[in-house]
Design a protein. Structure first.
Length: 260
């Protein structure tokens, strides 16, 4: 049995702080063999830098996935060039820097495939995540039975549809992007673990990690506002997956840690 922890969208310095503070304990408590986290908001709330990447990897994260904020930090080109453990959405056009999948090795020495996809609904229209998933699953299946898919998407229907589409072909389909933890975790009939959104790792008293006063100003005035990551208490949201030797999931459990 392989146990994998997936951490929801890490937001700015607060998100990184709680990861550094609680990850070691969480890995021991849950007997985790591999840690994957979405880090597209980890550098100041928007994008990822090489310094932040190294900080997160040093904290114990094995693979970092991204999303629609992939290109928001200009240092991302250095990240993708130097660190293959950072996976950007696979459905960007051919020739895009970086890779959309990665074959990690768990603490038990087992290969684990990680795929990052970006949804199409209400986001930039890229190649179909369904078609790209077919290609990458076929490719990774030659190397491993354990495959995780981070579907970074706005629409719950698109995430759920991908879960059903890949049921029985991958170990898990995990939704990210909306920063709101959903309570629909389950193992689908053919053995794929699914959740619509893992949730956010960042400030509790915020709007999706952003200072609530700034978000309110934006809604009330309809004028441009520079968003900043909020302060205060922090929460880590994640899920722990149990994957059998067949590569199919036997369980998915939500986990949560808080830090003042």
């Amino acid at each position: 049995m392989t146990r994998i922890l997936f951490i929801g969208d890490i937001v700015g310095r607060p998100g990184r702080k709680i990861v550094k503070t609680v990850l070691s304990e969480l890995m021991k408590t849950e007997a985790v063999d591999l840690v994957v986290a979405n880090g597209e908001n980890a550098a100041g709330g928007f994008g990822l830098s090489l310094e932040v990447t190294r900080e997160l990897l040093f904290s114990g994260i094995d693979v970092i996935t991204l999303g629609n904020h992939t290109w928001d930090n200009r240092d991302i080109y250095n990240v993708l060039d130097q660190e293959p453990r950072v996976v950007r959405p696979a459905n960007y056009p051919d020739g895009t820097p970086g890779a959309g999948s990665y074959l990690a090795i768990s603490a038990k020495g087992e290969p684990v495939g990680v795929i990052n996809l970006l949804g199409q609904v209400f986001l930039e229209a890229l190649q179909s995540p369904f078609q790209i998933a077919d290609e990458l699953v076929s490719e990774l299946s030659k190397e491993t039975k354990i495959i995780l898919v981070d579907i970074h998407a706005e629409a719950t229907s698109e995430k759920m549809a991908l879960g059903w589409y890949l049921d029985g072909r991958v170990s898990a389909v995990l939704g990210t992007h909306t920063h709101i933890e959903t309570a629909d975790e389950r193992v689908l009939p053919q053995g794929t673990a699914y959740i619509t959104d893992v949730g956010m790792t960042g400030p509790i008293n915020s709007v999706l990690g952003v200072d609530s006063e700034l978000v309110l100003k934006k809604f009330l005035t309809k004028r441009p506002v520079k968003f900043e990551v909020a302060g205060g208490p922090i929460v880590l949201h994640g899920v722990v997956l149990e994957i059998s030797a067949t590569g199919l999931a036997t369980s998915i459990k939500r986990v949560k840690r808080e830090l003042e």
